[in-house]
Write a protein that binds this ligand. Structure first.
Ligand code: CFN
Ligand code: HCA
Length: 535
């Protein structure tokens, strides 16, 4: 059943007036294909009292962007709960490199107590750094500030500077107190800025000797996704300089400026570094998506077209032909179980969009999708500077950046020139989620638990893919839930092998007899209406 404006009105009716108006702006009913892009409100403060799935700036900085760097020790300066929250649950996998250093399975925290809040925690932090260096010898250290640290005013930058002098390694202080900004997104930005400022390019090396040198940005190796993507890229002949940051290392990160091209998997979490690399070093970036067979093939072809080398293009086609011939028959089997089913696809800041293509490939249609904390460009699309380096007369890169404002990292390019480049490199655009969704589907920003249940009651999806905070509510409603953050202990789901794993897991969710033992509430209970002020 498609949701009409009237039906939506009924769901939102229980809210007080102000809340209703606010929430309506975060919901889009996809209209028939028109050229006018539909707009959505996003990246604004969550209404107090609404049970949101969002996290905090600390989660976005330490948990998401910085945490996966394996040869660094990441210290959580704060209560042990914050450290525990970012310890392992995200499933960003890592293997030690040649130097044998991998600390991602450890949890380092100052475990602040009441006395530290009263008297300050700087000394405790300095002592922890000393002990860490003595015991673990990491290549660098990060300190992540939690809410109380900002509130009591511990100067973590000063502690970091003094520790750098004592130990001769970089100690990065991330001022990512949880309360900053409106979600994880602020933390991504804080992490991007400091990594760009202090780590990337912090070496004598200027250029990578290998041909087709790329960085993979916004790939965090959840369930091994990054390993599958790297397998494909290496098979074709690419050299991966650095992955940001899944299974990534501090040492590789320093070399990121030496690559020829930046591939951006998760735009939301890392677009800042992609743009800063373009401004500072002239390295263009390409939006890719290695989730789903078609998206993977499209991305590989766009990369080959960027380099414009005939052999590379041929090798790309060979790998695509070999891999698809291998996996398609398997996918087709699973598709028989999944065909005709519908899904909700609500994840953080990019997967709500990225997974829709893969769902479609196994015959599942996404009827509702959204992001926890994405910005408007992730929904509505944005202008992307095309691959400037490949254009014949773009050797003089600074010409393109005449109005580059390095403080705010904004670039202005002559629109005529931009149009010409776009013609040549049509892949270089970031379309956002809304344009890819079908008429009659729903796009919801910062979905909350009340709305999740209401939309489930109305649309009866066959599967809901989201996170741990609503997984069990969904399953108790008799509906399979597939976590698209952690993959429920499975994965990888990216690339060709990932598509097979995903098809297998989703068809298992449908085929399990478990659901015969659970009766969804709308089958034997009247629909509950929320009450306000006891009426
Ligand atoms: S791995 Fe990424 S893909 S980084 Fe981001 S926006 Fe989170 S941790 Mo959870 S699964 Fe999610 Fe994305 Fe980028 Fe992960 S959709 S919410 S902050 N995310
Ligand atoms: C985070 C991390 C998270 C949480 C997942 C979830 C992740 O936002 O702090 O809510 O299920 O992917 O681990 O997004």
């Amino acid at each position: 059943m498609a949701i009409t404006e009237e039906k939506l009105g009924e769901i939102l009716e229980v809210y007080p007036e102000k809340v209703r108006v606010n929430r309506r702006r975060h919901i889009v009913l996809k209209e028939p294909d028109t050229n006018a892009a539909q707009q959505i409100e996003a990246n604004t403060r969550t209404l107090p009292g609404i049970i949101t799935n969002r996290g905090c700036a600390f989660a976005g900085c330490k948990g998401v962007v910085v945490g996966p760097i394996k040869d660094m020790v990441h210290i959580v300066h704060g209560p042990v709960g914050c450290a525990f929250y970012t310890w392992g649950a995200r499933r960003n996998k890592a293997r030690a490199g040649e130097d044998g250093k991998n600390y991602v399975n450890y949890c380092f925290s100052t475990d602040m107590q009441e006395s530290d809040i009263v008297f300050g925690g700087e000394k405790k932090l300095a002592k922890l750094i000393d002990e860490t260096v003595e015991i673990f010898h990491p290549n660098a250290i990060s300190i992540a500030a939690t809410c109380p640290v900002g509130l009591i005013g511990d100067d973590i930058s000063a502690v970091a500077r003094a520790a750098e002098e004592r130990h001769g390694i970089q100690v990065l202080a991330f001022q990512c107190e949880g309360y900053k900004g409106v979600s994880q997104s602020a933390g991504h930005h804080i992490a991007n800025n400091l990594l760009m400022d202090k780590v990337i390019g912090n070496t004598e090396v200027e250029k990578c000797d290998e041909p087709y040198a790329v960085n993979l940005l916004g790939e965090y190796n959840i369930g091994g996704d990054g390993w599958e993507v790297e397998r494909i890229l290496k098979d074709i002949g690419y050299h991966v300089v650095c992955v940001m940051t899944g299974d990534g290392s501090y040492e590789d990160l320093r070399l990121a400026h030496t690559a020829d091209l930046n591939l951006v998997q998760c735009h939301r979490s890392i677009n800042y570094i992609a743009e800063m690399l373009e401004i500072k070093y002239g390295t263009p970036w390409l939006k890719v998506n290695f989730v789903g067979i078609k998206s993977t093939c499209d991305s590989l072809r766009a990369m080959a077209a960027y380099f414009g080398d005939k052999d590379l293009m041929q090798k790309t086609e060979d790998v695509i032909a070999r891999e698809t011939a291998r996996i398609q028959p398997v996918i087709d089997q699973y598709r028989k179980v999944c065909e005709g089913k519908t899904a909700f696809c609500f994840v953080g800041g990019s997967r709500g969009h990225h997974y829709q293509g893969l769902f479609a490939e196994i015959g599942v249609e996404t009827v509702l999708a959204g992001y926890e904390f994405a910005h408007r460009d992730d929904y509505e699309g944005r202008e992307v500077i095309p691959s400037i380096k490949k254009d014949a007369d773009s050797k003089n890169i600074p010409d393109l950046h005449v109005e580059a404002d390095t403080k705010r990292f904004k670039i202005k390019i002559d629109p005529e020139r931009l149009a010409k480049l776009r013609e040549k490199f049509p892949f270089d655009e970031y379309k956002g989620m809304i344009v890819d969704m079908k008429e009659g589907t729903i796009i919801v920003d910062d979905l909350n638990h009340f709305e999740t249940e209401e939309f489930i009651r109305l649309l009866h999806p066959d599967i809901v893919s989201s996170g741990i905070k609503d997984k069990y509510v969904i399953q108790k409603m008799g509906i399979p839930s597939k976590q698209l953050h952690s993959y429920d202990y499975s994965g990888p789901y990216a690339g060709f092998n990932g598509a097979v794993n995903f098809a297998r897991d989703i068809s298992m969710s449908f085929a399990t007899p478990t659901w015969n033992y659970i009766v969804p509430p709308w089958k034997n209970q009247p629909l509950l209406n929320a009450t306000i002020n006891g009426d």
